[in-house]
Design a protein around this ligand. Structure first.
Ligand SMILES: NC(=O)c1ccc[n+]([C@@H]2O[C@H](COP(=O)([O-])OP(=O)(O)OC[C@H]3O[C@@H](n4cnc5c(N)ncnc54)[C@H](O)[C@@H]3O)[C@@H](O)[C@H]2O)c1
Length: 370
């Protein structure tokens, strides 16, 4: 660490954080909607891959996805779910990327696994895998029983500043029993009748899932949860849109997570995906991370790490590359579905605590160890 006067600024963009998959890898996308067009397709193109198959029941979505592909070769397109499921084993896909509305994931994936059996290609599914941890476990176990690798697309882990923060924490830079404050504050007003507007468990299952995943990834299993989850009215959603969540980790860390989608004053925003803020303090120093900057301050100096990349779409290439690498190397993916079930158990405890007003203790045993 340099002296206080020698404040060093380093770019994180010189060191690659994922490897490029083999050219010619065949990707299919089921659910070619907003995030597929805005982030998945650009990320595959960044990796040198062109989606070979698109499935979506809305022709508008298909057109938008084709636009996102620019002048890349045209994919084969399906608009009927049954025809797609029956054709899937013969499409020669290396991975099927699933980005349907998350309330459909369980039924869609169950049918796909029933129809295709062990001929189903490996599945990279958007978060959350299902609407509760039990349904997610059911999917993870069905896929495992058929020998179909299944992973969950948790792209926050490939935001370079968050990745570096985890590395420094693992090296002990902040020291034991850190105190973590995580703020995601902005205004998320829903217009029209989109599926998220009707989702009862919105803020934790659609939003906090990213941040709780990052905290699990950095600090390990959660031992207890206390939370308050609410709906702030007038913003076009039936479900919850704000949450205060306190997590204690078996490792000794404690985190206070604020998810606020109801803040009209943009002067105090720390808003996903550009500016949520994590502060970690401990005896060794303080670390402050946003998706674009990481600052580390100790008693002897200060160091800043920056990235010119953005979470959307750049970080999306990370899970895709990691899952493909795990398949090529014949190992379990870091994003294996069963590991995600641990995160969803924490989110279920968030809802239980908010409902009962009590803190909820969680077994430290992970799903994989059961
Ligand atoms: N940071 C992230 O990783 C991130 C960001 C946004 C969304 N997501 C996740 O991605 C998933 C999709 O979100 P989105 O914002 O793209 O939603 P979206 O509504 O924009 O897209 C969903 C697509 O699925 C299609 N669809 C709906 N029902 C269908 C059916 N029965 N058969 C075939 N196609 C159907 C729709 O036509 C639409 O094109 C969700 O799980 C969401 O949580 C992740």
């Amino acid at each position: 660490m340099p002296s206080r006067t020698g404040h060093r600024v380093q770019s994180l963009d010189e060191t690659p954080i994922y490897s490029r998959p083999a050219a010619g890898t065949r990707i299919g996308i089921a659910g070619a909607g907003g995030i597929a067009s805005f982030a998945h397709i650009p990320a595959y193109l960044q990796l040198g891959l062109t989606p070979a198959v698109l499935f979506d029941n809305d022709p508008f979505s298909i057109d938008r996805a084709l636009d996102a592909m620019g002048d890349a070769p045209r994919p084969r397109v399906f608009t009927s779910g049954r025809q797609f499921a029956e054709a899937l084993p013969s499409l020669g896909l290396d991975v099927l990327d699933v980005a349907l509305p998350s309330p459909l994931h369980h039924a869609f994936l169950t049918e796909l696994l029933d129809v295709c059996g062990s001929a189903c290609p490996p599945l990279l599914v958007q978060k959350p895998l299902a609407q509760d941890s039990g349904a997610a476990r059911d999917l993870a176990e069905r896929a495992a029983a058929l020998g179909v690798p299944m992973a969950v697309n948790l792209n926050g882990r490939w935001v370079p500043t968050f990745r570096k923060a985890r590395e420094l924490l693992a090296r002990g830079l902040v020291g034991p029993d850190p105190l973590v404050s995580f703020v995601n504050r902005g205004l998320n007003r829903k217009e029209g009748d989109q599926w998220r507007s009707r989702l009862p468990r919105l803020i934790a299952y659609e939003m906090a899932v990213h941040h709780v995943d990052l905290l699990h990834w950095a600090f390990g299993p959660v031992s207890s949860v206390y939370s308050v989850v609410r709906n702030v009215g007038g913003l076009g959603v039936d479900g919850d849109n704000v949450a205060v969540i306190v997590l204690r980790f078996a490792s000794g860390a404690v985190a206070n997570l604020l998810e606020d989608w109801a803040c009209r004053d943009d002067g105090v925003w720390h808003y996903h995906p550009d500016a949520e803020q994590i502060v970690v303090s401990g005896p060794g120093g303080t670390l402050v991370a946003t998706p674009t900057e990481l600052r580390v301050t100790t008693d002897t100096g200060e160091e800043t790490f920056t990235t010119a990349t953005s979470w959307f779409p750049d970080a999306f290439a990370g899970p895709m590359a990691e899952f493909l690498a795990s398949l090529a190397e014949g190992r379990e993916s870091e994003l294996a579905a069963l590991r995600h079930v641990d995160v969803l158990r924490t989110l279920d405890a968030v809802y239980e605590s908010s409902r009962t007003g009590e803190s909820v203790r969680l077994e430290s045993r992970t799903e994989a160890a059961r």
